[in-house]
Design a protein around this ligand. Structure first.
Ligand code: 6R9
Length: 647
């Protein structure tokens, strides 16, 4: 991994809470004596009854036990709201920026408390109590956070369903967890368009398709009228109309479930990843503080959606547990135009910006236009999450958004890990574009080969974690067997991430992508991310996706999908140039067999490329595409099939 090193900015070094020595000392303690480390750091949140036990964990091939702070009691909502009232009642908890450039709101911790407590009392009227499941299908409005926190206050288990999911996907998730109540809005808004949330819920629950649901709470977000079913539906404002703002927070055991979040695996139905209260809160709050070097007056913006784990841990629970000001953005990075992100940064004087490579690349495709008309001087720290960030996007983010003065925290983690696992940390080490670098406290990553042998030194292999950390998921809702099978049975004694990684001569980690995306071409292992990274380094390429397809001679061939930057012609000439480019930039073994130009790539609504579909098209098996319900734009697929090259 011969890579450019970018030094941590000097100004940051003087003030950051960590430096190399302090990180190392804390890290060593966290892995050599996790009991004492977490006994101390578990105190960062407020416990009703202090814990006396800290770590009770075991990773076995067939038996897995994960308990943290077992005998402590607490409430997650109390930690995010009530405990700040003494010192921070007037501090802004949530800044809301609407889809419309002229809409914004500031919600103080006092107001947050009032809204959450009222809504919790409203849910009580609907019969919601400790242990019940509540589905939340909401746009990016403060009420989404109120709903999550109100559930936590009552000890009800929320299951947030991303607002881009279709009725079938809603019904599957609601039924899997047996939700009693669904919370939604009449309509969401994204990029100037309405999103028919209530209509989708109506379709999901129609004909008693979700028999567990006894109420649908509807937040009136826009003026759009929606059909009403008086048997189920209740307006949010009417529900809380006569509710008190006094609602005591339920006393929860550390290991009581806080939420379920469904995520896709490589096979089967979505998995209901289950997180519990104590360990998750400690881990979400601590990672948020250290990774972003949080300061009291910071304006912090995570541009994810609350429908994903990033929104749970780093828009809601982590920042609010830390008493931070967290910005919630309803819209999209390119509406009304590509300057939106930078304009929001200036408008709200954002200090920390945490976003995804897919958003960065979308803006990068427009050259420097995204930065036009903004200074972004308030920024101190940048973050990236969700997929490997290729060095070119890293560089663009660093220079064009961060003015070359803000370090990028390339945070590797997963729905299942609850919080950030491997990441650069402010002022700890120089940065290497595209490298997630170092484990967070308590995280013991390792690389193993396909037989499960641990690899030492400079190596590339399957990324596993050798011991438990507090934020880890405890099970899959209703299917502990699948939990053990999926994550612990592949490599004995380890949690298996499903990702590949490299470790370089400095001991730094670089995530190469899901191991199911790794190609084996003529016996050579090639990360699809590596080839994509090479391609997007070409000035004509806006985005690239690489998949394998069955090849008679080589085992797997390389099929490349390319979206060119605006104003470039996708010619045969360019195709040849790109093949040559990859050969020289990476290796002749990475020579693409096919390059298909396409105006777009099939993506989930969260922006992840659906490689499964691309693999099928590349393999000429487009008759069996499987589930395409999570596609943001299904028409992309039709055009890809029509113009496929491996006929
Ligand atoms: C937080 C989140 C998890 C998968 C994960 C990996 C990929 C996430 C990454 C990254 C490289 C990073 N991933 N962060 N790959 N570098 N910094 O995204 O959770 O939606 O469950 O996805 O995303 O492949 O296994 P989730």
């Amino acid at each position: 991994m011969a890579q450019a090193h970018y030094p941590m900015p000097a100004a940051l070094k003087d003030e950051a809470r960590l430096d190399a020595a302090r990180y190392q000392a804390m890290y060593n303690q966290s892995v050599q004596d996790p009991e004492s480390f977490w006994a101390e750091h578990g105190k960062r949140i407020t416990w009703f009854t202090p814990y006396t036990e800290v770590k009770n964990t075991h990773f076995g091939k067939n038996d897995v036990q994960i308990e943290w702070f077992r005998d402590g009691t607490l409430n997650a909502c109390y930690n995010c709201v009530d405990r700040h009232l003494a010192e921070r009642a007037d501090k802004t908890a949530i800044i809301w920026e609407g889809d419309d450039v002229d809409e914004q709101k500031h919600i103080s911790y006092r107001e947050l408390h009032e809204q959450v407590a009222k809504f919790a009392n409203g849910l009580k009227k609907l019969g919601v109590k400790k242990g019940d499941r509540v589905a939340i299908y909401m746009p990016m409005v403060p009420e989404a956070a109120y709903a999550m926190l109100a559930c936590a206050r009552l000890g009800a288990i929320h299951s947030v369903i991303f607002a881009g999911f279709s009725p079938n996907a809603i019904a599957d998730r609601v039924n899997d967890c047996g939700a009693k109540v669904v919370i939604t809005a009449n309509e969401g808004r994204r990029g100037g368009k309405g999103v028919a949330l209530k209509t989708n819920v109506d379709k999901a629950v129609a004909d008693n398709a979700c028999p567990s649901v006894s109420s649908v709470v509807v937040f009136k977000h826009t003026e759009t009228e929606v059909p009403w079913n008086s048997e189920l539906d209740v307006w949010w404002h009417e529900l809380i109309g006569d509710c008190d703002s006094d609602c005591p927070a339920e006393v929860m055991q550390a290991e009581d479930p806080l939420f379920i979040l469904y995520t896709s695996g490589s096979t089967g139905t979505p998995k209901g990843v289950q997180h519990t209260t104590g360990g998750y809160m400690v881990y979400a709050a601590m990672t948020h503080e250290y990774v972003f070097d949080l300061r009291e007056d910071d304006v912090y913006w995570c541009a994810a959606d609350v429908g994903w784990i990033t929104g749970h841990s780093y828009i809601v629970y982590g920042p609010l547990a830390n008493g931070a000001t967290t910005l919630m953005f309803e819209g999209v990075p390119t509406y009304p135009d590509e300057t939106r992100i930078a304009k929001i940064v200036d408008k709200h004087q954002v200090n920390i910006l945490y976003t995804a490579p897919t958003a960065i690349r979308a803006l990068m495709a427009k050259g420097d236009a995204a930065a036009r008309g903004s200074s972004r001087d308030s920024l101190r720290i940048l973050g990236s999450v969700g997929e490997p960030i290729n060095p070119e996007a890293w560089d663009w983010y660093y220079n064009c958004i961060g003015n070359g003065k803000c370090p990028i925290m390339d945070t590797f983690w997963q729905t299942e890990t609850g919080g950030i696992m491997i990441t650069p940390l402010p002022a700890v080490k120089d940065m290497k574009p595209g490298a997630a670098m170092t484990p967070f406290f308590g995280v013991q990553p390792a690389l193993v080969d396909n037989e499960g042998n641990k690899l030492e030194g400079v190596a590339e292999g399957n990324l596993v974690i050798a011991d438990s950390w507090p934020g880890q998921a405890r099970t899959l809702w209703g299917d502990h067997e699948r939990f053990v099978q999926t994550y612990f049975s592949t490599y004995e004694g380890y949690y298996f991430t499903g990702d590949g990684a490299k470790v370089d001569e400095d001991g730094d980690y670089m995530i190469t992508g899901r191991v199911d995306d790794v190609l084996n071409v003529s016996g050579h292992r090639l990360g699809t991310a590596e080839i994509e990274s090479a391609l997007v380094a070409h000035e004509a390429v806006a985005e690239a996706a690489v998949v394998g397809f069955p090849h008679d001679i080589k085992g797997q061939g390389i099929y490349v999908y390319v979206t060119v930057v605006e104003g470039t012609e996708p010619t045969d000439e360019l195709r040849k140039e790109l093949i040559q480019w990859v050969r020289t930039d990476l290796s002749p073994i990475a020579t693409p067999d096919h390059i298909q130009f396409s105006p777009g790539l099939p993506k989930t609504r969260s922006g992840k490329i659906m490689r499964r579909i691309l693999r099928k098209i590349a393999a000429n098996e487009h008759d069996s595409l499987g589930d395409t319900s999570t596609l943001a734009d299904p028409s992309v697929v039709e055009s890809l099939i029509e113009n496929r090259l491996n006929k």
